[in-house]
Design a protein. Structure first.
Length: 168
């Protein structure tokens, strides 16, 4: 389970917002797209913020939403960005990532995502399309996204640990 590790002011300024929508079926996604007037992006996809709540359900919100707001301030099993593709009568998940600097979930949280998506019965990728690796710098507290396997803090240049190092 992941607790929020992002900026406290984001938690405070989003605390009054309603949580995201719990998704139990593709109909729920269609309803959400219609009710929130989602538009396709340049790639023809509909992007959203998602979390998997502690009961194992997918929760989605507008892509500009903070993950902590989507989660209703609660802990999550995973978090990231999800991209839906709409066909005439079908919906599928074209892409999904664990990009959330609010929760910094590990790539291994995929299993919870897959379980949540199995409940919805929607086609989805076999893993995160992009796996983000998050580490907090011990020296300056900066949350880093590790790229190209280079474990160095982008701010103060000290070494980052090989192991995931946020509080649960
Ligand atoms: Zn640092």
């Amino acid at each position: 389970m992941y607790k929020y590790v992002g900026a406290e002011e984001i938690r405070e300024t989003t605390a009054h917002l309603p949580p995201g929508s719990r998704i139990l079926s593709t109909n729920d996604i269609d309803d959400w797209i219609r009710e929130t007037k989602q538009q396709v992006d340049a790639s023809g996809l509909i992007a959203a913020t998602f979390v998997v709540d502690c009961e194992g359900y997918l929760i989605i919100a507008d892509r500009h939403s903070e993950h902590i707001a989507c989660a209703g301030g609660k802990r999550v099993l995973s978090a990231g960005e999800i991209f839906f593709q709409k066909f005439k009568n079908d919906l599928e998940i074209a892409e999904i990532t664990n990009q959330s600097t609010g929760f910094c979930p590990e790539p291994e949280s995929w299993q919870h995502v897959a379980n949540a998506l199995n409940l919805i019965k929607i086609p989805y990728p076999s893993s995160f399309n992009v796996e983000f690796i998050f580490r907090r710098c011990f020296a300056c507290s900066q949350i880093n996204i590790v790229k190209d396997n280079i474990f160095i803090c982008s701010v103060c240049k000290v070494k980052l640990p090989q192991k995931w190092n946020f509080d649960r």
